[in-house]
Design a protein around this ligand. Sequence first.
Ligand SMILES: Nc1ncnc2c1ncn2[C@@H]1O[C@H](COP(=O)(O)OP(=O)(O)OP(=O)(O)O)[C@@H](O)[C@H]1O
Length: 251
Amino acid sequence: MMLEVNGVAFNYRSKNVLNDISFEVNCNELVTIMGPNGVGKTTLLKCMNAIFKPGAGSILIENEDILKLGRTEIAKRLGYVAQRSDSNRMTAFDAILLGRKPHVRFNISEHDLRIVNAAIRKLGLESLALRYINEMSGGELQKICIARALVQEPRLLLLDEPTSSLDLKNQIEILKIIREVVEEHQVSAVMTMHNLNMALRYSDKFIFLKDGLIFAAGDRDDITPEIIEAVYGVTVGIEHYQGYPVVVPIN
Ligand SMILES: Nc1ncnc2c1ncn2[C@@H]1O[C@H](COP(=O)(O)OP(=O)(O)OP(=O)(O)O)[C@@H](O)[C@H]1O
C-alpha cells in the first residue's frame, strides 16, 4: 500500500474542516479528490504532506507514519505541487533543480543534471529554462512546479489543481504526463481537480468530499448523477463516450 489515510480530522482553530477521512492509494494509482470550493481538498493534501498535523487519525506512507519521518525523508518520498506558489527571481532551470535538493549530498552531480534536463524535455520547457520564473505566466509556472516535483523522483505525487491555469492542450499534456509517470515509474498520485470530465478521463479513482466527510468514493463506474447532484447541488446527466463517463449539466 502506498498511502493509508486513517480517520483523519482537521480544524483551523475553531473551524472544523475534515472529519473521519479514510482511504487508501495503491501503487500505480491516480486518485482525484473532488468537491465544492472550500470543502477541504487543499487542507487534506497538506495533511498528507505533513504541512498540517491532523487533530485525529494517521497518515501512513509505505506503512510509515508521515509525522515520524524527517523533512528530507518526506521530500524523497513525496512530491507536492501547491495550488499557489511564490516565485522568487530565479531561472526555471534553477527552480527545477531545487527539486533535487533532498537527493543532493555534497555537490550537484551529472546524474542530477540529467534528471533535470529530462524533466525539462518531458514537459517541453526547453525555451523557458533560462527565463526567470517571476516573469512567467500562471500556466508556465504551473509546469515548472510539476517538473520540480518530478525531479524529486517521489513515490507519491500530491498535486493541488495541477491543470487550473492551463489551456486545453496543456491540461491534456500534463494529465498524460502524470498518468505516464504513475504507470511507468511505480509511482502513485493524488490530485485535486474541479474539472469533472478531465478527472473522469484520466484518473483511476475518485473521492468526493462533502461537509467535511467522504460522501462517495470509487472508480469511473461508481460515479452517478445522484452523487454529483448531492455534492455540487446541480442537476446533471452522465453520458458515455468511448467508454468514459461524461458529466453533462441539465438546466
Ligand atoms: N489558514 C486557514 N485558516 C483558517 N481557515 C482556513 C485556512 N485555510 C483554509 N481555511 C478554510 O478551510 C476550508 C477548507 O479550505 P481548503 O482550501 O482546504 O478548501 P478546498 O476544497 O481546497 O477549496 P478550493 O476548491 O476553493 O480550492 C475553507 O472554508 C477555508 O476558508
